[in-house]
Design a protein around this ligand. Structure first.
Ligand code: PEP
Ligand code: MN
Length: 360
């Protein structure tokens, strides 16, 4: 996959003045629900109306979608509102039905991207079509699986492609439903700079209150669009109730977003600058997070030392760390002087932490 520019023709041809917007309910529940939401979204920035027909639920026993019946409802959405439609496909049978029913864009869910067998099955079923296909990241933070899914489609001749970043599952407790791991999305952009990248703040946050912020961060990081779950009665939605927003809220989210323009050379400079700064913000967040984790571990060591009545300062261990870090730093273009100063500061903070513990 060399020329990724050709893969975004479908998006460039739309000539949008704003990011691509995909919105609609997590699941199609009833014909009335689908049509009511679609009509409320009709006069907005929404480019594609989404609704899950086949719902991949992590545990059985939840609402698993209305199935092929919902495809008729999507047809009606198109007839009555003129909006294009999209849904998730997870196997060859879904692809066949979606193609027969003229769904405009298909996406592949996070639980499918993890399986090369499923990805290959879907790619084979799509051979010879010109559908737009968006690949969600796999549930686990594995860049190769995500890229691999896209490559399978490309190799099958699918030339209208894109990716959706929906965050990654984690065992660690977090304020997100699926942690964004922005650096992975940045890495993805570095590999395929022109491939359209859409952010799904609904599945990242799991919480409608956080959607504005995550959407803004995605745009700052140069994402091409947003997929936002939308329902007229979010609290009573049959799936993902906590993260859906009303059509009115969606419109206000879009209005509040600071959308970058690309009209002249000056603004292209500013755009690059803002993009790089947004990347720096991501790294800084990680630095603080890691330092916090390091101090927590130092606290635990403090407890152990207190228990056994051992001295805080262990010079041999400390010199070993410094030596290693100077070498590691060199291989990443960091000067010895900087690494020394930084680690002295970190070490001092650890000592302060441990002193507090031991003297308490
Ligand atoms: C969805 O978009 O409704 C969905 C099931 O998402 P994901 O595959 O990201 O979990
Ligand atoms: Mn959902």
């Amino acid at each position: 996959m060399k020329n990724t520019k050709e893969l975004r023709t479908w998006l460039d041809d739309m000539n949008l003045a704003h990011p691509l917007v995909i919105a609609g309910p997590c699941s199609a529940e009833t014909e009335e629900q689908v049509l009511k939401i679609a009509h409320e979204l009709k006069d907005s920035d929404v480019n594609y109306f989404r609704a899950g027909i086949w719902k991949p639920r992590t545990r059985p026993g939840n609402f698993e979608g209305v199935g092929a019946l919902g495809l008729n409802w999507l047809k009606k959405v198109k007839e009555e509102t003129g909006m294009k439609t999209c849904t998730e496909v997870a196997n060859a049978a879904h692809v066949k039905l979606a193609l027969e029913n003229d769904v405009d864009l298909l996406w592949i869910g996070a639980r499918s991207t993890v399986s090369p067998f499923i990805m290959q099955e879907i790619a084979d079923a799509l051979k010879g079509t010109d559908k737009i296909v968006l690949v969600k990241n796999p549930v686990n933070p594995d860049l190769a699986l995500w890229l691999g899914g896209i490559e399978r489609l490309y190799t099958a001749g699918i030339k209208n492609l894109g990716a959706i970043h929906r965050g990654f599952s984690t065992y660690e407790k977090s304020k997100y439903r699926n942690i964004p791991e922005w650096q992975l999305a940045i890495e993805f952009q570095n590999r395929f700079p022109d491939l359209p990248l859409i952010c799904d703040p609904s599945h990242i946050t799991g919480d409608r209150e956080m959607i504005q912020d995550v959407s803004q961060r995605a745009l700052d990081l140069n994402f091409d669009g947003l997929m936002i779950e939308t329902h007229f009665d979010p609290e009573n939605a049959w799936s993902d109730a906590a993260q859906q927003v009303t059509p009115t809220k969606l419109k206000s989210i879009m209005e509040e977003l600071k959308i970058k323009k690309t009209t002249d050379t000056d603004s292209s400079y500013r755009e690059s600058l803002e993009n790089l700064r947004a990347q720096i913000n991501v790294v800084d967040d990680q630095l603080i997070d890691l330092l916090g984790k390091r101090m927590k571990t130092a606290d635990k060591i403090g407890e152990l030392k207190k228990d056994k009545n051992v001295a805080i300062l262990q010079s041999r261990r400390w010199n070993e760390i410094l030596g290693n870090m100077i070498l590691e730093g060199k291989s990443r273009g960091l000067s010895e002087e900087f690494v020394l100063r930084m680690f002295k500061a970190i070490h001092q903070e650890s000592i302060n932490h441990q002193e507090k513990i031991i003297n308490h």
